[in-house]
Unconditional design. Structure first.
Length: 641
């Protein structure tokens, strides 16, 4: 058994820790958020508990237990239980708040959840009349009653509920916060067990104070969540907070402000500070929203989160912000005009995941041009692109890709070859066509895998011997600029073809006119190297770019593919016909073979026969079709001839 000097020391230590941590919290200014206020309330209640512990220990040490001492002890017990009963429910609300789980709690749910608190608190407050929780005998000896067991059961319920919320929100709580909350849960549980085993130790309050100290250092201390030299939050914070809102279905609006001329402004002011733009606009931002609604995920972008009724005013606030950006900003000796773009999106109706938020943050330069305010349909376009990017990423694991073939014909109608074209059928988005997903794949860096997939599938097909058996001399495979530019491209392409033992002349690589025009020297070396290895080359979509004609034809192409727009334009007017005729004549004079795309009618076939092109391709003969259908088509044509 410990004497009461031990209890006094424990109580006084607990009180001093509470006071130091409370003072530090106020000095740091961590008082404005809901969970800050719950945290402060918890510490105040624990400080009161600590006072009652060491005061009780002083008077309880009175061996005679005078009337005065007995009264002080009884008052201390009353205050202790009246305040301590609230601690576990408050901790549950604290965990619910920092994890955004509180958003799931409707008014009715809150009332139901609070019933054990109301009952136990009423029991503690009315104990002088009922003696349900504790009592003092005639000799002044303190004893626990059945009501205290009920209080412990209620506390355990809230304690378990807090653990459930913590586990449920595990992925949207940062590592440090997880550690601090687990520390609190474990150390408080240990204190309660020790207290139950030996009532004389009185360490329950101390363990709660120590546990809360860990929470203060890792949860209330938000340094890791703050953008440098500001009180606004950083990229990691917005991702975690949005994840919490999505996890617990909290609705909000996100307003993103991007400063388009950030780099120019930074050079202008020549500031060594972390973020010149935030220095300029921080005062204005905190005048329109609370500081903890503002995030700075990157140097030129600010995100504002608008909850509850604020979300209904998101469009009005966006317009107000844009009006402010019409005016100059004062910074030191400068008067600066900031060029801002604002995007407004609703969660979860428009932004359904943190990856969509990241895509939105990174899309300002890639997708949006010309407008200042983007909403609804504008953002639907962005989100569609993001969904396509995700579909591309999972495409190989889910077998979403398939190579189609579109035959090409000689002028006499005999089969010449085929073009391999990628198609995609995603389980969520359905059929996606190259015009939509190829640009996304190029921008996201996923095009290399797609290009390699097509080449491998073509090589496998040629390896079967079926194409050669039915008169397909070669198969065209498209190249992207990213694929051509990657290190070791020539070696990679050659190794794929050689792996299947395919003759290189059976592969005809295609690059578009715009790609070839980008850097003739680089592509000239690529074409030369691959042609020396035995591959063939075609220029695709000739007539759609603005390249220098002599430079284009300095590249060693075997075939020039005239874009369908040139053919279709020839049917519209005399000028279009002149362009087609002169284009064909020029290519013929430069000793290149000609393939015309987009042939859809017999009249077009007759026209191209008259102009003596070499090859034809288009829907008149066949659309792009799956490999098995292509084999059936060419076998029928072989049998017919």
């Amino acid at each position: 058994m410990f004497d009461y000097s031990f209890v006094f020391g424990v109580g006084l230590s607990s009180f001093l820790i509470c006071m130091v941590n409370l003072i530090y919290t106020f000095i740091q200014g961590r008082t404005d958020k809901t969970h800050n206020r719950i945290f402060i309330t918890l510490y105040i209640l624990l400080a009161v508990n600590a006072i009652t512990e060491f005061v009780s220990s002083i008077y309880a040490n009175d061996t005679t237990l005078s009337d005065e001492a007995q009264m002080v002890v009884q008052v201390c017990k009353y205050i202790y239980f009246a305040t301590h009963t609230v601690l576990c429910p408050l901790f549950f609300y604290y965990v619910s708040n920092i994890s955004f789980a509180s958003t799931r709690l409707s008014n009715i749910k809150m009332i139901i959840i609070s019933i054990p608190l109301f009952i136990t608190e009423l029991m503690a407050l009315t104990n002088p009349l009922t003696n349900f929780v504790w009592s003092f005998g005639d000799n002044g000896v303190y004893s626990r009653e059945w009501g205290l067991t009920l209080i412990y059961i209620a506390a355990a319920i809230y304690y378990i509920m807090a653990i459930v919320v913590l586990v449920d929100s595990w992925k949207v709580i940062s590592g440090k916060r997880k550690g601090a909350l687990i520390f609190f849960v474990v150390i408080v549980a240990a204190g309660v067990v020790i207290q139950l085993l030996d009532k004389s130790l009185h360490v329950e309050v101390l363990t709660e104070v120590l546990g809360l100290s860990g929470v203060m250092m890792s949860v209330e201390n938000e340094d890791e969540r703050l953008y440098p030299r500001t009180r606004f939050y950083n990229r990691e914070a917005i991702i975690l907070d949005l994840g919490g809102c999505l996890r617990h279905n909290r609705k909000l609006s996100i307003l993103m402000i991007h400063i388009n001329n950030y780099d120019m402004i930074s050079r202008l002011v020549e500031s060594g500070e972390t973020n010149v733009i935030i220095d300029m606009i921080s005062g204005y931002l905190t005048s329109v929203v609370k500081r903890y609604y503002v995030y700075v995920p990157e140097k030129a972008t600010v995100v504002i989160t608008l909850y509850d009724e604020m979300g209904e005013k998101a469009d009005e606030l966006a317009e107000e912000i844009l009006k402010r950006f019409d005016e100059a900003w004062e910074y030191k000796d400068y008067s600066i005009q900031l060029n801002a773009t604002v995007m407004v999106a609703d969660v979860p109706s428009q932004i359904k995941s943190t990856s969509e938020l990241i895509y939105m943050l990174e899309s300002h330069n890639r997708e949006l041009k010309g407008k200042r305010l983007y909403r609804d349909d504008d953002l639907s376009f962005i989100m569609r692109r993001q969904a396509i990017e995700e579909a591309i990423s999972r495409g190989f694991s889910e077998n979403s890709y398939e190579v189609y073939y579109q035959p090409t014909y000689n002028l006499d109608g005999s089969l010449h070859g085929a073009e391999a074209l990628i198609r995609m059928n995603d389980k969520e988005l359905g059929k996606l066509y190259p015009d939509e997903f190829i640009p996304v794949a190029e921008r996201s860096g996923l095009i290399d895998d797609i290009d390699d997939f097509v080449l491998e599938e073509v090589c496998k097909f040629i390896k079967t011997g079926v194409p050669a058996r039915y008169g397909v001399g070669n198969i065209n495979v498209n190249l992207s600029v990213q694929q051509c530019m990657r290190p070791g491209f020539i070696e990679d392409v050659t190794s794929i073809v050689e792996k299947y033992g395919v003759k290189k002349k059976c592969i005809n690589f295609e690059i578009t006119e715009s790609i070839a025009a980008g850097d003739y020297e680089i592509f000239g070396r690529i074409i030369s190297s691959l042609k020396k290895a035995g591959f063939m080359f075609s220029m695709d979509d000739y007539g759609t770019g603005y390249s220098n004609v002599s430079s284009v034809f300095s590249l060693d192409f075997d075939i020039i593919k005239i874009d369908k727009s040139i053919l279709w334009g020839a049917e519209k007017n005399e000028l279009g016909m002149t362009i087609l005729e002169n284009t064909i004549r020029m290519i013929q004079q430069m000793k290149r073979k000609i393939l015309v795309e987009g042939v859809e009618t017999l009249e077009q076939v007759r026209l191209l026969e008259r102009l003596k092109v070499d090859y034809l391709q288009g829907y008149y003969f066949s659309r792009p079709i799956p490999k098995n259908d292509f084999v059936k088509l060419i076998s029928i044509e072989k049998a017919r001839k």
